[in-house]
Each structure stands twice: as structure tokens, then as C-alpha cells.
Ligand binder design. Structure first.
Ligand SMILES: [Fe+2]
Length: 477
């Protein structure tokens, strides 16, 4: 009995730290392990698979609203080939088939391969599926696991990666992530950085697709777009926006009644994930604004208590890089994030790591005089994970002194892991890339914002609270 009391006391102390009793910290750790240059195209990391017209750049993403479908995508180079996925629950035995579509595009003098997208739906929850694409000797086989059914206590682990690019630092981030227990990646924008090359060379989209295939073919990556996906080049006659990104990376936007693949929502296990576009119109009355207003109204926290938002440009950022670039979207959406008690907002763009306290600046309206963000229990925690390791290098100049709203910040490369344990608690850690092993540099236990209310907590204690779950939380410390 005493053991339990001690454990609960320890947990209470830890949670006090989480809730912002401690002051912010700027880590002195600065690391640039590899030069910020892209891996050469002839590297083995970009090698195309063997065989004539073999499928390459294979990636999957969630294909519906509730996690019972995936979209399988790949590229063939020599000819279109079949746009079909064979799949089943037993390895090498494919008793089901889905038919997809194929298309290609040009960007100035680049001509893409044949890009296939195939919706595989009607899947069972919590099930491992094997799948095969391509034909004859060139066919390739992969597998994925579906998430548990939508349930408030469904545990699930997400990885969060941003601004990845294709340097050896990017590769290191990817390899560290693959050693984790992450089941799905929440990607916060800026994928290949192909736009840094002359004429936005699409060859670097292809190499990126091959680099990340080791992860993206086996687990869903939930995509959001960054500024490097815009690729607006009127000087080259390329006047549409997001052209390569939209051709290569599909999202299930129709399932959440969105009018654009750039913003959408999915539900997975106990999470409701909202993807926003920092570079699409979002001011009042625009389609994204209207969609978000409606989506937030329909979030069912009784079923999916963890409300998570992804965007590219951070709303709170105390780095000199991209300072204030998220201010306009903050002005548009922050009051809703507070009203609907969003748990976490993940962003990228700034090539460093930063986590805020629960703060808001919703009382600021130019004339109110309330200039500063204030502690706000209903506000999300804002986390910037733009530290994937792309060729632009680290954003190592933080503003000084550290603002009150900033809890922890560090300029080095890494990724985050978010373990949703049950409806009330999640364990979060940010891992810097360090000498080949995972080094958690920022650990936090998050209370769910919906179930944190006193009334609901009392109801939960009465009906659901199981001490066994506390053991999971304590075991990490
Ligand atoms: Fe960016």
C-alpha cells in the first residue's frame, strides 16, 4: 500500500513539472554531426530496386477517416505497368486485389515517372496485412499493420518528424526513428527540398522517395505540406502551387469533407488528427477556415480524446529563424484551439526543437494592451520539430532571453515520439540524434485536455480508472 502511495506522490511531483512549475530551459547542446549537404545521387541509399520497371518510392498513408483503409503509392519508371495492389493476411498469399490509378507530370524540363495511387479499404483493425505491387520478377512485397479500433483508451504510438530532406543527418533521423516503437509518422512538412536545385529538379523528389521507402512502405506517414512543397516558379512557366507534392502524396481529404488535399482530418486509435496548410488561404471565410470551424465542432472527445493539430509554420517560436511567420495563422485559429482544448500542436519549419508551456495570446487584439502570451490551462502545448536534418542546416540562434512561454529548446537534429497510453495520459519524448542511439532529451507526461476537467475526472475515477495504467507511466522514469 505504501508503495502505491509513494508511486502516486512521485507521479504527482512529475505532473507538477509538466504543468509548468519549472522555468524554461535552453539546452547548451549544439551538434552538427554531418555536413548539411545532400547525399550524392549515386549513393546506395538512393539505389533503385532491381528488375525491369520495379515499383519504387513506395509509401502508404491512411486512406479513410477511421483507420480502416490505406492509400498505397509507388512510382514506375519504364512504363506505367499495372496499378493494382494484391493483399492479404498471410505472407505470399494475396487473396484480395485493389485497383488504383496512374498519372505523371512535368515540371519545366523534368518528366516524372508513372505515379500510382491505390486505395485499399475495408480492412480489419489491429491486423497485419501483406501486400504486393508490380508484375512478374519485378514485383515487390511489403506489409503494414492497421491501428486498433477507434476507442478512447486505445494506446498508440506516433512519431513526429519534420523538415527531413536528404542529407546524412536526415538519414540519421530516419534510422533513429525506425528503432523506436513508432507506428505512424505525423510529418509536419518540407519533404525532399528538391526545390533547392536548379529548376526544382524532380530527380531529388525521386531520390527522397527511395530514401524514405524503408519506413514509408511499412507504416503510414500522415502528410502535411511545407513551404518547400509550394514550388511556384512563374519564371519557369510553373504557375500552379504544390504540383509535385500533390501528384506524389495523396491524402484522404474527402473522408473528412475537406475540399482540398492540403487540409484534412483523420482519426486513428484514440487520436483525432487535424492537418492544416500554412500556405493555403486560412483567413475568415476561406475554405480552410470554414472546414476547420466545422471539423472542430464535430470532434468527439468521448471516442477520440487526443486532439492533435499539424501545421508547418509554428505559431509559437522563439528562434530567430522564421520568427513571427506563424503569427497570421495564430490570429486566425488560436481562439478555436483554446475553445476546443486542443492537446498538442506540432509544427516544423524552424530547424531546431522547441516546446512551449500551455499558453495563449487570445486576449491580444491590437488595442487591448495584452501583448504577452499568458499561462492558459485550456491552451495546447506547441511543439516545433523542424529538426529532421535537411540541407539548410540548424537554426541555432534562439532569442535571448528565453520567453516565458518557451519550456525547452535545443538546436540539434532529432524526432519526437508520442505514446498515447489511455484517455488521460500520454508520454512524450523528443530524441536527439546522438552517436547511433536514441537519447531522449525532453520527456513530458501530458494530461489529456478533455479528460482533465474536474467533472470528467471524477466520472472517470468512478467508472474507468485503473491503477495498472499508472505503472506504465512511472516505469519510464
Ligand atoms: Fe519550412
Amino acid at each position: 500500500m505504501m508503495g502505491w502511495r509513494l508511486a502516486l506522490l512521485l507521479l504527482h511531483v512529475l505532473l507538477c513539472l509538466v504543468n509548468g512549475v519549472s522555468s524554461g530551459r535552453t539546452s547548451s547542446y549544439v551538434r552538427t554531426e554531418y555536413p548539411s549537404t545532400d547525399i550524392p545521387l549515386e549513393s546506395e541509399w538512393f539505389a533503385a530496386p532491381n528488375g525491369y520497371n520495379a515499383p519504387q518510392q513506395v509509401h502508404i498513408t491512411q486512406g479513410d477517416y477511421n483507420g480502416k483503409a490505406v492509400i498505397v503509392s509507388w512510382v514506375t519508371v519504364a512504363e506505367p505497368g499495372p496499378s493494382e495492389v494484391f493483399y492479404g493476411k498471410n505472407e505470399h498469399q494475396y487473396d484480395q486485389r485493389a485497383e488504383g490509378t496512374v498519372k505523371n507530370y512535368t515540371f519545366y524540363d523534368y518528366k516524372s515517372g508513372y505515379i500510382h495511387h491505390c486505395l485499399v479499404d475495408g480492412l480489419e483493425y489491429n491486423t497485419k496485412y501483406y501486400y504486393k505491387i508490380g508484375s512478374g520478377d519485378s514485383s515487390r512485397e511489403f506489409w503494414f499493420e492497421t491501428p486498433p479500433a477507434i476507442d478512447p483508451d486505445a494506446s498508440y504510438t506516433f512519431g513526429i518528424i519534420g523538415d527531413l530532406g536528404q542529407t546524412f543527418n536526415s538519414l540519421s533521423t530516419l534510422q533513429h526513428y525506425e528503432k523506436s516503437q513508432g507506428q505512424t509518422v505525423l510529418f509536419v512538412g518540407d519533404l525532399s527540398y528538391a526545390d533547392r536545385y536548379q529548376h526544382n529538379d524532380g530527380i531529388r523528389w525521386d531520390s527522397w522517395g527511395r530514401l524514405v521507402e524503408h519506413s514509408t512502405a511499412y507504416q503510414p506517414w500522415i502528410w502535411s505540406a511545407g513551404n518547400h512543397e509550394i514550388e511556384y516558379r512563374p519564371d519557369l512557366g510553373e504557375t500552379s502551387t504544390f504540383k509535385p507534392y500533390l501528384h506524389r502524396y495523396q491524402t484522404p481529404y474527402l473522408a473528412s469533407k475537406s475540399s482540398s488535399p492540403m487540409w484534412y482530418a483523420v482519426r486513428r486509435a484514440s487520436a483525432h488528427i487535424i492537418v492544416l496548410s500554412s500556405y493555403s488561404p486560412f483567413v475568415k471565410y476561406t475554405p480552410q477556415w470554414t472546414w476547420l470551424k466545422n471539423e472542430l465542432k464535430h470532434v468527439d472527445r468521448e471516442k477520440t480524446p487526443w486532439l492533435i493539430v499539424l501545421m508547418h509554420a509554428p505559431m509559437y517560436n522563439s528562434n530567430e529563424a522564421h520568427y513571427m511567420e506563424g503569427e497570421s495563422i495564430r490570429a486566425a485559429f488560436e481562439k478555436w484551439f483554446v475553445k476546443y482544448k486542443v492537446d498538442l500542436v506540432f509544427a516544423g519549419h524552424v530547424h531546431a526543437y522547441e516546446r512551449s508551456y500551455r499558453i495563449s495570446n487570445i486576449n491580444y487584439n491590437i488595442t487591448s494592451g495584452n501583448r504577452y502570451p499568458m499561462a492558459d490551462k485550456s491552451a495546447p502545448v506547441y511543439i516545433t520539430v523542424g529538426d529532421g536534418g535537411n540541407q539548410e542546416g540548424l537554426a541555432s540562434r534562439f532569442s535571448d532571453p528565453q520567453p516565458d512561454y518557451s519550456a525547452f529548446r535545443e538546436a540539434s537534429y532529432g524526432h519526437s515520439i508520442l505514446q498515447l497510453k489511455n484517455r488521460t495520459h500520454a508520454i512524450y519524448q523528443w530524441n536527439r540524434n546522438d552517436d547511433g542511439k536514441n537519447v531522449p532529451a525532453d520527456n513530458v507526461v501530458f494530461h489529456n485536455q478533455y479528460w482533465a476537467s474536474n467533472t470528467r475526472r471524477r466520472r472517470l475515477k468512478k467508472n474507468h480508472f485503473r491503477l495498472g495504467r499508472i505503472e506504465d507511466l512511472i516505469s519510464i522514469f
